[in-house]
Design a protein around this ligand. Sequence first.
Ligand code: ADP
Ligand code: ZN
Ligand code: MG
Length: 483
Amino acid sequence: MNAIRYEPVIGLEIHCQLQTRTKIFCGCSTAFGAPPNSHVCPVCLGLPGALPVLNRQAVDFAIRAALALGCEVQSESIFARKNYFYPDLPKGYQISQYERPLALGGSLTIAAGGGKRVGLTRIHMEEDAGKSLHEGFPDSDRRTYLDYNRSGVPLIEIVSEPDMRSAAEASEFFAKLRDILVWIGVNDGNMEEGSLRCDANVSVRPVGQTAFGVKTEVKNLNSFRYVHKAIEYEVDRQVDLLDGGGRVVQETRLFDSTGGATHSMRSKEEAHDYRYFPEPDLPPLVVDAARIERARAAMPELPEARRARFIAAYGLPEYDAGVLTQSAALAQYYEQVAREAGNPKAASNWVMGELLRTLKERGAEIADVPLAAGALAGLIRLVDSNVLSSSTAKDVFARMYDSGRSADDIVSAEGLAQMDDESALHAIVRDVMTANPDAIAQVRAGKNNAFGFLVGQVMKQSGGKANPKIANQLLKRELDGTP
Ligand code: ADP
Ligand code: ZN
Ligand code: MG
């Protein structure tokens, strides 16, 4: 039997919460985790007569995201009512954008698929819905509770073209998108709290066929792993279905992370089911060229540009530049260490090595690092000026990290400075030579490792504090000078 081979086709729709202090159409707080229904007002509860006022900062964040993704910001976009009935949607409609979204086009390049460029279709602004709580109450078997704190939180929805061909490409796309949105400061990246959620549209087609197959949409995936798993499951399910002579039905599905399977939620609604029409309570959103220019000027340097600059300006290897630009906070920390230490490569080694290792051990983020960049720079300067050996420096690092004391402070208080006082070292060198006549004979016989042994003894006797370079020189001099 000649089994048909199938190719997956995937497009993602990503909901990204904008990090404004207040909601998109009212002044209520967007803070996560407040007591239920404590951040609400007539506007976000949809009470009669309440009118929306657009949040300026939300628009600026949306524009910033659009520019960072290479989209074309539209000079005029229109808010629209998307009508559907759901208890967490108090107005009976969601204010979104439909025919005329804020931004069109754009793309994101991923490493998978050989540096594939994934096209973006559009970015539109909308409000989030409230939250239905189906669990956790004594009468949860009979009642659903509603929390409207999230109702009216500003979102952008980023819609990709159906350009991805595997679960790996899709999860990388999502991860990369998250990195950028967090980097430019429009999103907090907190997927557990739902700040970033992904709907995956999946279809399969026989390899070689140009027309797309019928797609299903898996809703609300809130981790890269779930995106990966849900797509893999969905691809397998569709292939099995087609191989068994069945048809894929267009529908909305939910991913159950415990079972790792997707389940049908509802048949897919069509756009006309939503009876979209322009929002009569809001004027068209007009974005003039000056506003776009201001957004461009306020845009932080993007990861790719920063990577290139680290390589060019600091002479860092590509690998280092990649690691150090994993987040804006890390890049900024590194750059301050490099500048203050005056030794970019040493700064990179310390940040990528001891610092990231310690953060990982403690399960901490760079944003919470207790060690100031200037303090780490101080430590590097002590190594560069030969006050500290690199092994002692690592101990000092550990103590600085926990105590917040400066390297200078620890070194002078604990007498850790490297010995490069020649007369003190000289005494040790002589002791070592007297105690090891055999090794000296071996050195004279041309055995290099015997010399290494002697250096080691000097280091040991000095408690690791001897400046190895000076210890070396002194030993050589003594050996040469003694007949
Ligand atoms: P709908 O009208 O069902 O919302 P859209 O055309 O607006 O569909 O596309 C929604 C998302 O689905 C986009 O990310 C798009 O790339 C993706 N998509 C569209 N058609 C397919 C398909 N046949 N297979 C996989 N993804 C698709
Ligand atoms: Zn409100
Ligand atoms: Mg659509």
